[in-house]
Design a protein around this ligand. Structure first.
Ligand SMILES: *[C@@H]1O[C@H](CO)[C@@H](O)[C@H](O)[C@H]1NC(C)=O
Ligand SMILES: *[C@@H]1O[C@H](CO)[C@@H](O)[C@H](O)[C@H]1NC(C)=O
Ligand SMILES: *[C@@H]1O[C@H](CO)[C@@H](O)[C@H](O)[C@H]1NC(C)=O
Ligand SMILES: *[C@@H]1O[C@H](CO)[C@@H](O)[C@H](O)[C@H]1NC(C)=O
Ligand SMILES: *[C@@H]1O[C@H](CO)[C@@H](O)[C@H](O)[C@H]1NC(C)=O
Ligand SMILES: *[C@@H]1O[C@H](CO)[C@@H](O)[C@H](O)[C@H]1NC(C)=O
Length: 370
């Protein structure tokens, strides 16, 4: 072995080691880069809604706040029902205008799947806005269209359903004044999503809007367990398991059928609170509606008594079921309430809707926007 050969051997080994070092360096750099990109992509930045009103100052008790509120009340912002200007041609327009996150950090939500259903008639922009207040990628939303809706509205809602992965718009239209058809609309929503493992179905009225964050609402619903809540009546899991038409609950003078009938009549006429229907009751419930309830049963109003004690409606504005629609004069009071939903109408007071939107946004994303 000559000196030259030994030298060449060393050189070879040296090059090999150098090659390894460079490779490892490049590989390391590559992993750091990929990690950086992933972190950047998952950076979670909620986009707050546009709102020019200084919501928290309206009627905040200060002299300035009272003046601001009184000035606002003389001339509320409203929509006049003319939404032809709203751009909705593409899904991009919707995503640009509203915050509908495709993913949320894991800890933001409790893994309990809910199917929110609302029959819609008019005011597309309001539908889109209130859905964004309730939005989470883990839930599904169904928007059956009322027969009273006009063509322009229907087209926009159907387009919205096509743009959003978790928004379902059943084909056909449903007469919202007929309870049997309203329940048929809910059925259509469920049939459109046969594989979706929802635990509760939440039936909302057109003017019911969330007041709490989706996390709080979801947690509240999950605590119902396997119970159903119709208005303020709870139908327990025990009742549901034993529920059999014509059988009498021995502990009460009413038969189970009559009890359920009355509860439903009451809910239909008062429409005071949402209907939280649990999955274990769903099939039995729909058989019951089909077999036991006719439109005439619902039209019979004799059993329904509206509790009118302490019911002052500051805004003096009511919905079709004679429930109070809230306005800016209620803002300071309603933000202290722990109700899950409230009532608003953009044709009466759009500013109030926008303020509740901002409030709910803050409540939902407070941890991410500071
Ligand atoms: C109310 O506001 C609208 C537009 O914001 C304005 O055109 C109208 O003159 C106002 N009316 C009153 C009474 O202030
Ligand atoms: C709605 O807007 C269109 C076009 O701008 C107009 O022709 C129509 O008169 C408006 N309708 C109402 C009710 O304001
Ligand atoms: C009826 O009452 C008894 C005792 O009070 C109770 O054990 C039973 O669960 C009740 N039945 C129903 C269906 O609520
Ligand atoms: C309802 O009205 C009664 C009698 O006027 C009063 O005593 C009670 O405090 C009121 N309740 C609420 C929640 O305002
Ligand atoms: C759920 O919300 C209702 C108000 O709608 C409230 O009365 C109830 O206490 C809440 N339940 C829980 C467990 O937070
Ligand atoms: C929402 O949060 C922002 C930023 O913290 C604040 O300026 C705004 O007043 C809040 N809005 C409401 C309605 O609470």
């Amino acid at each position: 072995m000559s000196l030259d050969e030994t030298y060449r051997g060393y050189l070879k080994t040296f090059c090999k080691i150098g090659g390894y070092i460079v490779s490892i360096g490049l590989l390391g750099f590559f992993f750091v880069f990929v990690g950086y990109v992933i972190i950047q992509l998952h950076q979670f930045i909620p986009l707050s809604p546009n709102n020019e009103l200084k919501c928290s100052r309206f009627g905040d008790g200060s002299e300035d706040g009272e003046r601001l509120l009184n000035e606002y009340l003389i001339n509320r912002t409203t929509i006049n029902g003319n939404e032809t200007k709203l751009k909705t041609k593409t899904c991009w327009d919707i995503r640009k205008r509203r915050y509908f996150p495709i993913f949320l950090p894991n800890r933001i939500e409790f893994p309990y799947h809910v199917y929110f259903i609302r029959l819609v008639t008019k005011d597309y922009n309001f539908v889109e806005q209130t859905l964004s207040m309730l939005f989470s990628p883990q839930h599904f939303y169904c928007l059956p269209i009322d027969t009273r809706a006009n063509e322009n509205f229907e087209e926009k809602i159907r387009n919205f359903g096509l743009c959003m992965l978790n928004v379902v718009v059943p084909s056909g239209k449903f007469d919202g004044t007929n309870p049997i058809e309203v329940f048929a609309a809910h059925r259509a929503c469920v049939d459109a999503m046969p594989n979706y493992k929802w635990r509760h179905m939440v039936i909302l009225q057109e003017h019911e809007i969330p007041l709490q964050s989706i996390q709080v609402i979801n947690k509240n619903i999950s605590r119902l367990g396997q119970n159903t809540r119709i208005g303020s009546n709870v139908i327990t899991r025990g009742f549901i398991e034993n529920f059999n038409h014509h059988e009498t609950d021995h502990n009460s003078t009413l038969s189970m059928t009559d009890y359920l009938k009355e509860t439903l009549q009451q809910w239909w006429h008062l429409k005071l609170k949402p209907f939280f229907l649990s999955r274990n009751f769903y099939e039995k419930f729909h058989v019951f509606i089909k077999k036991e309830m006719t439109r005439k049963d619902f039209d019979d109003q004799q059993v329904v008594v509206r509790d009118t004690t302490n019911s002052t409606c500051l805004s003096e504005e009511f919905d079709e079921a004679q429930n109070c629609i809230l306005g800016m004069e209620n803002y300071q009071e309603i933000i202290k309430s722990n109700e899950l939903f409230t009532r608003a109408n953009p044709r009466f007071d759009l500013g109030f809707v926008d303020c509740i939107h901002e409030l709910v946004f803050n409540r939902t994303f407070s941890r991410w926007i500071q």
